[in-house]
Ligand binder design. Structure first.
Ligand code: ADP
Length: 268
């Protein structure tokens, strides 16, 4: 399930000196066999090893675009796409979807550990890629749980069920599980909306740290969260990308009227 990590330099766009992990060009998506257009002419660069936030009111297509990045839209019947999305220069729709998902991992809104031990949760993905020795498995557990800031809390209980952890710990376990295949990109769909305020801050801190070594894309309804964690923010409205840019700039000096209206709470 390896994909060619070499990429075409000419196709690998640079924005402000930072290469793009994902390049989206004139991308459209319809649900219901073309009956409803959820994404309209999206053009966007997702910078590598940075955190990018998608903000906007409910139902404006943020999750749809996020889920398209690892081809989860393949599981929805009646979806039609048009346009181009490139991952490190390769057309994602021409790639093997399982190979793509090894490199583009996902963390969901509600923590969803598998009903198995903490260790087996972490090793679920790596074991599907190849047979691991006990030492390799131990190393992956320690490394990913450390990266997800959970190691110290669970290192003596790795054989206990992941379902026995608190909500915030379960979400960090899911982040560690997503990290276990060593993905380049980590997609996070409102990862803190089911968490208490303290766990939210822990996961936000984690997102910032993870973005030093991974490309993080997070959908959030919480504008403060975008300002705290994201280097770049994209504002969506009714399936369109209205405006995208460095987070500080977008929040302090939005260029589009609809962005101003959303940021000032005139609609939510
Ligand atoms: P957001 O993440 O911004 O809340 P979504 O991407 O979830 O928005 O949804 C965008 C639009 O697409 C909404 O109108 C939603 O009802 C519709 N939609 C989402 N998933 C499906 C689906 N599986 N089938 C049909 N319509 C869908």
């Amino acid at each position: 399930m390896e994909i060619n990590k070499e990429f075409d330099q000419a196709e690998h766009r640079m924005i402000d000196g930072v290469p793009s992990a994902l390049s989206i060009s004139d991308f459209n998506l319809w649900y219901d066999n073309g009956g409803f257009q959820a994404l309209k002419h999206i053009n966007l660069e997702i910078p590598e090893k940075r955190a990018t936030a998608f903000i906007g009111p409910s139902g404006c297509g943020k999750s749809t675009l996020l889920r398209t990045f690892n081809r989860m839209c393949d599981f929805v019947g009646g979806v039609k796409v048009e346009g181009l999305i490139k991952f490190r220069g390769e057309d994602i729709f021409k790639m093997d979807a399982n190979a793509l998902r090894v490199h583009v991992g996902m963390v969901f809104q509600h923590p969803n550990p598998f009903p198995m031990s903490i260790r087996d949760n972490i090793l679920y993905g790596p074991n599907r890629m190849r047979k691991l020795t006990k030492e390799e498995g131990d190393d992956i557990c320690e490394q990913t749980l450390t990266e997800a800031a959970l190691w110290d809390e669970v290192k003596d209980t790795l054989d206990k069920s992941g379902l026995g952890l608190s909500g915030g710990q379960q979400q960090r376990l899911c982040i560690a599980r997503a990290l276990a295949t060593n993905p380049d990109v980590l997609l996070m769909d409102e990862p803190t909306s089911a968490l208490d305020p303290i766990s939210t801050l822990v996961v936000e801190d984690l997102m910032k740290k993870l973005s030093q070594n991974h490309t993080v894309v997070v959908v959030t309804h919480n504008m403060q969260q975008a300002t705290r964690v994201a280097d770049k923010t994209a504002f969506f409205y009714l399936g369109e990308l209205i405006e995208a840019g460095p987070t500080k700039e977008l929040f302090s000096n939005p260029k589009e009227k609809r962005t101003v209206e959303y940021l000032t709470g005139r609609f939510s």
